[in-house]
Design a protein. Structure first.
Length: 737
């Protein structure tokens, strides 16, 4: 019985355990997990749609990037050809008669550089009545075999006068383009509207599909404001003939080395380029290598048509994506995202289900991917230009707008001198041009240049002078901010040095005053003491009380005398440590200053010194080093800014004032006269006036004056007039005090 009870009890335990386990997995307790699973499954389909839209947007962006690349390449080459066209037509605005040599000179480089250019031609309008004269004119330019090639019966011919390269176009010289309807219409349109235009694409030669870019040429210096003026003064057109196949290959195959190295464009797109014929029907002028997809039954993922201009001719480009566009992985990403989302949904469901049923925790894993793009844009702000030896610009880049404030087109043809700020900077530039060499020489300098947007600009120039090319290659960088900062730093340093010198001058002036006052006090006190000693010595009869007062006065006088004597000794000791005085002939001082000046400047052949024998014999007393530096500085000041000058030195003793007066006279110098006037005007505020200083003239005058004040001498500077010269005078005392 006990065994049966035990068995029943065991079975009951198992059943109870089974019922408990079923309760844990019941819907009642696990419904949150199922609810989350349903929500996540719905979200999985939303994720698929989001990924699909994102992939679609990225593919569209990639497609647009590829098509934009094609269009921009074509537009770049088209713009380059238009620049060639306008460059050639510009000759006719500058020169009355563009002869064969000029035309060949300017047309040869573009035709050799750009293989898409079949020829650059000048097509002259020739009335039938002037045909024989025109033939004679052309033959006189060296086309000795020139013949008119035309079956034209009209009164006007459009004859090819020049055509470069000559070797490929010799057979076209004299060819009449009037019968070619597209060319005839384009010429008349350009003539009547005074603007560049282009023909459509057609066989410009029997075996070549091409297009003409043309611009009208009018008789030199004639009016072209209204239609009648344009028609009456019309001379012809400059035409750039493009080979259609090579034009698009140059643009779309990225021809780095002419005729050799090619880099294909994106092969995940196909394209065809169309023009319209006379009936408005599209016809193909160029196709990509995979363009057969466009004419097949292939259904592209993305397609579109774009229109661009060649000259002013509108052409159509039809773009298709290829089967490889985007890749298989990209195409399957929406499905992959759905599968991954579903798997994640079930995984999360399992996680929640496990939490509900077993209260266990699981680790949550997440992957995070980031992507960034960076675009580096480099822009040159430096002037890169070329000028002739006559200083006229013949080439200029757009940086001229930022520095000069003038468009580069307006700069070309003008003189470099027009943009130099002042004569001083122009002289610096002239020194560079005067360098003689039989090979290329590169010189660098800083010049102040005029600017329309600012008062001036500092430009760091690099001039490469090429005698072989008869050209000067120029690179200029705007360093205005750096230069102004440098000037400000130098000004502060000058002001600091001058302030230190003024401080020393003030100290020396104080010492001089104290010595002078001390000597005077000591002399006075000596007399007082002598008088008191006579009183106390009973030389005079006085009262006893007076004697006591006199005794006290004597003691006080002795104390003052001792104090003053100590003060004199202190100032004398300090003076001996700063300035020493001695006597010297002016000849020795002149020789030292003149030798130092000649060695520093190396311009002895341009400066003439005049000093008479009497002046050389004059003796001066003072700090000889200071006087020598002052004389050297006077030579330097009077010769600043001029290449040739004469300096006269005269000296004489003034016994009445007990001074030696040294006069140094320089030749006429506008800059020095201006700075002397500035010095006199700002004599009480020299430190602030340094901001207007030129070539450190104010600083040098101020330093001489300060040193002379320390020495007890005087300096005067005078301008005798812009045309008469400038005078610097030293007034040096006979004795120290």
């Amino acid at each position: 019985m006990s065994d049966e009870k035990q068995t029943v009890s065991y079975d009951k335990i198992l059943r109870d355990a089974a019922h408990k386990g079923a309760g844990i997995h019941s819907i009642k307790k696990t419904y949150p997990a199922y609810l989350i699973l349903i929500i996540l499954l719905v979200l999985s389909f939303f994720v698929r749609d989001i990924v699909s839209n994102q992939i679609e947007g990225e593919l569209q962006s990639e497609f647009n990037k590829s098509t934009t690349n094609v269009i921009s390449r074509i537009e770049t080459v088209n713009l380059r050809n238009l620049e060639v066209l306008f460059s050639m037509s510009g000759l006719y605005d500058l020169i009355i008669d563009v002869v064969r040599d000029y035309f060949e000179l300017y047309a040869t480089i573009p035709t050799r550089t750009y293989t898409s250019i079949s020829g650059i031609s000048y097509i002259a309008q020739v009335p039938k009545r002037s045909l024989s004269e025109f033939v004679f004119y052309v033959r006189s330019q060296g086309y000795y075999d020139f013949e008119v090639q035309s079956n034209n019966e009209s009164d006007l011919y459009y004859l090819i006068n020049h055509s470069i390269p000559y070797s490929r176009n010799i057979h076209r010289i004299g060819f009449d383009l009037a019968p070619e309807k597209q060319m005839f219409n384009a010429i008349e349109y350009a003539r009547d509207n005074n603007k560049a235009t282009s023909t459509g694409f057609y066989n410009t030669r029997p075996d070549t599909l091409g297009i003409y870019l043309i611009t009208p040429i009018y008789k030199y210096g004639t009016e072209r404001e209204d239609l009648n003026d344009r028609r009456n003064n019309f001379a012809g057109v400059v035409a750039v003939e493009l080979n259609a196949q090579k034009f698009f290959e140059t643009a779309l195959l990225n021809e780095f080395l002419v005729g050799t190295t090619y880099t294909p464009i994106d092969t995940t797109i196909a394209y065809k380029i169309y023009d319209k014929d006379e009936n408005g029907e599209l016809f193909t002028i160029y196709s990509s290598t995979n363009a057969d997809l466009i004419d097949s039954d292939y259904k592209p993922m993305i397609k579109k048509d774009e229109t661009i201009l060649i000259g002013d001719r509108e052409i159509t480009i039809r773009f298709y994506t290829t089967p490889t566009f985007g890749g298989q992985l990209t195409a399957n990403m929406p499905l992959a995202s759905l599968i991954i989302s579903i798997l994640i949904s079930f995984a999360f469901f399992g996680f929640v289900y496990a939490v509900v049923t077993s209260r266990s925790r699981a680790l949550e894993l997440a992957d995070r991917m980031t992507r960034s793009q960076r675009r580096i844009v480099e822009t040159s702000k430096d002037i890169i230009a070329v000028m002739k030896f006559d200083r006229n610009w013949i080439s200029m880049n757009p940086a001229a707008k930022d520095i000069f404030g003038v468009d580069e087109i307006e700069v070309i043809g003008t003189s470099f001198d027009d943009y130099v700020y002042d004569d001083e900077n122009l002289r610096e530039f002239n020194k560079i041009l005067n360098i003689k060499a039989d090979h290329e020489v590169t010189e660098r300098t800083y010049l102040k240049m005029k600017s329309q947007t600012e008062k001036f600009r500092w430009v760091n120039w690099s001039f490469t002078i090429s005698p072989k090319d008869n050209l000067i290659y120029c690179i200029g960088r705007d360093v205005t901010i750096e230069k102004l900062a440098e000037e400000q730093t130098m000004l502060q340093q000058k002001q600091l040095k001058l302030a230190e010198l003024f401080a020393r001058e003030a100290i020396e002036s104080k010492n001089f005053f104290m010595r002078k006052m001390s000597f005077q006090l000591r002399n006075s006190l000596t007399g007082i003491l002598g008088f008191l000693q006579m009183v106390t010595g009973k030389i005079y009869e006085t009262e006893e009380e007076r004697d006591s007062y006199v005794k006290l006065a004597e003691e006080s006088s002795e104390e003052i005398f001792t104090f003053v004597s100590d003060m004199i000794e202190a100032t004398v000791i300090q003076d001996k440590g700063t300035v020493s005085f001695e006597s010297s002939k002016l000849a020795d001082i002149y020789n030292a200053a003149q030798s130092h000046y000649t060695m520093d400047k190396d311009v002895n052949h341009n400066v003439k010194f005049i000093i008479d024998d009497d002046t050389k014999k004059v003796k001066v007393f003072g700090n000889i080093e200071t006087i020598t530096i002052a004389m050297y500085s006077a030579f330097d000041i009077l010769s600043t800014g001029i290449e040739k000058t004469e300096i006269i030195i005269q000296a004489q003793e003034n016994n009445y004032e007990r001074i030696v007066e040294v006069q140094i006279l320089g030749s006429a110098n506008k800059l020095v006269s201006e700075m002397i006037g500035m010095y006199k005007l700002n004599s009480e505020n020299t430190i602030e006036a340094l901001k207007y200083d030129k070539d450190d003239i104010l600083l040098k005058i101020s330093k001489i004056n300060a040193y002379f004040n320390i020495m007890g001498a005087k300096l005067t500077v005078d301008s005798l007039g812009v045309e008469d010269g400038n005078l610097i005078t030293f007034r040096i005392p006979f004795n120290k005090v």
